[in-house]
Write a protein that binds this ligand. Structure first.
Ligand code: HEM
Length: 511
């Protein structure tokens, strides 16, 4: 037996050695190819605005402090120094950072695709979101965007108002329980569940009850884990190849959470298919929702979406449809709690609108009347844009601020920098909702403020999102005065959306 044990031990050892040799050879080949690429391409980028860097192998990567407040300071130092755009070397890969309306608009007005090369951001989300609308390119994107646009028609959005009011009422009741108990509460967890309930019910008619079911819903938790790992991986070039990443503990965690969210999406689809079969041609008792459109949409060749395409879109909408709006609402409430004079102004506007009404629900026709609240939401998304950056890759040579940029260049549109660029905004770090009053807003370049991006690949859900944010905020501000809990510290964390390290604690008081 001991001999057998030793034999299996030595063959196990050989296996490990072979595996290590394969990994090592793979890394050396990849690095050599990347370096040869670098030698070929580097001359095209000389002379572009850029900081010096210490290491050729990692470029500027080692200078980046991480996806946190320090990281934002690092970004803004470069933005102050190079107000239109600048170049970063991420290992051997050049990435341009655009953060001025003049340079941002060159990209956003075009239909340049999202990059897919190793080391760019979207490819790292592919195993989670698949070729859904957010990540797809070319004809696939165009076809699916056309198929899905009807899901955001005003008639459909209007039918969601009642569901959004209902979710908002549950939220304020939950906050009220905290008031009664004399506790402060954490915005991201409370608002995140309300927002998840809204997207599940509006888009999929799924009776979710997330808000009643728990503070840390497994879906919300999984999305947070996936988003954190996605960002962390983007800063570790050695984990760019899938096979190395999935050998690591965070790779396995990513896979586990992907499997979970895919299962949630598949369950939603399966339940709907079943109920559509049962309903047959009977008139539906519920509103026409996003899933109905996904399951029945046909292109000009009468082709519908495949099962995988449907799952990818469901995953994309579940993620994009709740995490971004949660971030938008939490930062707005944070700023209103921090600036009571603006909070009071919003409440004054809401009270005037709701005067004499029997219930606290908003009507569709009320939404355009909330002009001060809208200004506050916009100013919050300027200061804390839920999506802080996006990327494109050029398919032809372009000119940025009089510099020739070769085709094949990855360009990051840094929305956070753009919104704080002192060459564009006066007092860029101050909360001044009046910037967005109708007379002043007109004076800004259309590409100075782009929380929902702009151009052909803008956010398909922006009206859905704005309606949701207004409804939730109106319900909260009608019932409570908010202030920041002095025991809580707010530390920014850049995930796939802008969040905080430990949440935002606020104290509510009944009005
Ligand atoms: C405050 C809330 C939101 C913000 C700030 C936001 C922001 C953005 C941004 C910046 C993009 C461009 C991404 C890129 O170029 O890579 C985008 C795209 C997208 N958003 Fe939103 N979003 C929000 C809410 C929503 C909602 C509620 C939905 C769905 C219900 C949604 C669905 C999408 C989809 C599907 C895309 C991809 C569109 C395409 O490429 O054709 N978003 N969003």
């Amino acid at each position: 037996m001991p001999v057998l044990g030793l034999t299996s031990l030595s063959s196990w050892g050989s296996l490990v050695s072979v595996a290590l040799l394969i990994v090592f050879s793979y890394v050396v080949i990849k690095l050599t190819l990347a370096y040869l690429d670098y030698l070929r391409w580097a001359p095209f980028y000389t002379g572009l605005p850029m900081d010096p860097y210490a290491s050729k192998l990692l470029g500027h990567l080692l200078m980046y402090p991480g996806p946190n407040e320090e990281g934002l300071r690092f970004q803004m130092e470069r933005c102050d120094k190079f107000p239109k755009f600048h170049l970063l070397w991420i290992s051997f890969r050049p990435v341009l950072i655009a953060h001025h309306p003049e340079t941002v608009k060159v990209l956003l007005k075009s239909t340049e695709p999202k990059p897919r090369q190793l080391g760019t951001v979207y490819i790292l989300g592919l195993d989670w979101l698949g070729e859904g609308l957010l990540i797809a390119n070319g004809q696939k994107w165009l076809r699916n965007r056309r198929l899905l646009t009807p899901a955001f028609h005003f008639d459909i959005l209007q039918s969601y108002i009642a569901l959004k009011n209902k979710a908002a009422s549950v939220l304020v009741d939950k906050i009220d329980q905290q008031v009664k108990a004399g506790n402060s509460f954490e915005l991201f967890s409370f608002i995140g569940l309300a927002s998840l309930d809204i997207i599940l019910q509006c888009a999929f008619s799924y009776e979710s009850n997330c808000q009643q079911l728990g503070e840390t819903h497994p879906y919300v938790h999984a999305v947070n884990v996936l988003s954190d790992i996605w960002v962390a991986r983007s800063l570790k070039p050695w984990f760019y190849p899938d096979f190395l990443f999935y050998l690591s503990p965070s790779g396995r965690e990513f896979k586990k959470n992907c499997d979970y969210v895919h299962k949630v999406a598949e369950d939603i689809i399966a339940k709907r298919k079943k109920s559509l079969e049962e309903e047959g041609s009977k008139p539906k008792s519920r509103h026409l929702d996003f899933l109905d459109i996904l399951l029945t949409a046909k292109d000009e060749n009468s082709q519908g979406l495949t099962s995988l395409e449907i799952r990818n879109e469901v995953d994309t909408f579940l993620f994009e449809g709740h995490d971004t709006t949660t971030s938008g609402m939490c930062w707005t409430l944070y700023l209103l709690a921090k600036h009571p004079e603006h909070q009071r102004e919003c409440q004054r506007e809401i009270d005037e609108l709701m005067e004499g009404r029997e219930n606290r629900d908003l009507q569709w026709s009320d939404l355009p009347k909330l002009s001060y609240l809208t200004q506050c939401i916009k100013e919050s998304m300027r200061l804390y844009p839920p999506v802080t950056f996006i990327q494109r890759v050029t398919t032809k040579d372009i000119v940025l601020d009089d510099h020739q940029i070769p085709a094949g260049t990855t360009i990051g549109v840094q929305i956070y920098n753009l919104h704080h660029n002192k060459a564009v905004w006066e007092d860029p770090y101050e909360f001044k909702p009046e910037r967005f009053s109708p007379d002043k807003e007109r004076k800004y370049d259309n590409f100075a403020f782009v929380p929902f991006s702009a151009g052909p690949r803008n956010c398909i859900g922006q009206h859905f999102a704005m309606n949701e944010m207004k409804i939730i905020l109106v319900h909260v501000l009608q019932r409570f005065n908010l202030s920041l809990d002095p025991t809580g510290e707010v530390n920014i964390k850049i995930g796939v959306v802008l969040r905080t390290k430990n949440g935002i604690k606020v104290i509510a008081e009944r009005r």
